[in-house]
Ligand binder design. Structure first.
Ligand code: MN
Length: 200
């Protein structure tokens, strides 16, 4: 049985980049619904005793309800943690070096990641993941992610951006690129670096 995690900050903490109403609905309605739907779908089955990672590793053998909602649960767990008030700037240390070696510069990485989010047609996510010891940027549709065996891009996600309309529509309406630009002000690079370290 999976539970809704507490946000590590208040609903209004990411203002003005993400508004409090969007955060509250996103967390208490959308994320909670993915968790409830997943719990209902795996009730009385072996998956009840598995981690999200274990479920997603073989998600091709699962019905769509498990694929969509295990992804929805995992993706939002990650998303809340890689943001913080007064975030942004640039990463330091080994993560900064790895970004430089994979993408040329932080600015080039920023363009590549932003494009991944902006060009994802319909709903989905942009990712920075660790794959074969290297960093890669990609995007996935719906609630898929790079941990799923069905995903075209594979790896361990350390940064993810939700580009579903529910993540930005109240404040930005159709202006997804503006939401993506503002996301760079609230990234929690310390948390991303922590996941990068444990992935290596
Ligand atoms: Mn979402």
């Amino acid at each position: 049985m999976f539970n809704l995690p507490q946000l590590p900050y208040a609903y209004n903490a990411l203002e003005p980049y993400i508004d409090a109403a969007t955060m509250e609905i996103h967390h208490t309605k959308h994320h909670q619904a993915y968790i409830n739907n997943l719990n209902n779908a795996i009730k009385g089955k072996p998956e009840e005793n598995m981690s999200l990672e274990e479920i997603m590793k073989n998600v091709s053998k699962q019905p769509p309800v498990v694929r969509n909602n295990s992804g929805g649960t995992y993706n939002h767990n990650l998303f809340w943690n890689i943001m913080k008030p007064n975030g942004g700037g640039e990463p330091t240390g080994k993560l900064a070096d790895a970004i430089k070696s994979a993408f040329g510069s932080f600015a080039d990485f920023k363009v590549k990641f932003s494009d991944a989010g902006a060009t994802r047609f319909g709903s989905g996510w942009a990712w920075l993941c660790v794959s074969g010891g290297k960093l890669a940027v990609c995007s996935t549709p719906n609630q898929d992610n790079p941990l799923m065996d069905v995903s075209e891009c594979k790896g361990l996600p350390i940064l993810g951006l939700d580009v579903w309309e529910h993540a930005y529509y109240l404040k930005y309406q159709n202006r997804r690129p503006e939401y993506i630009t503002n996301f760079w002000n609230i990234i929690n690079w310390e948390e991303v670096a922590k996941m990068f370290d444990s992935a290596r």
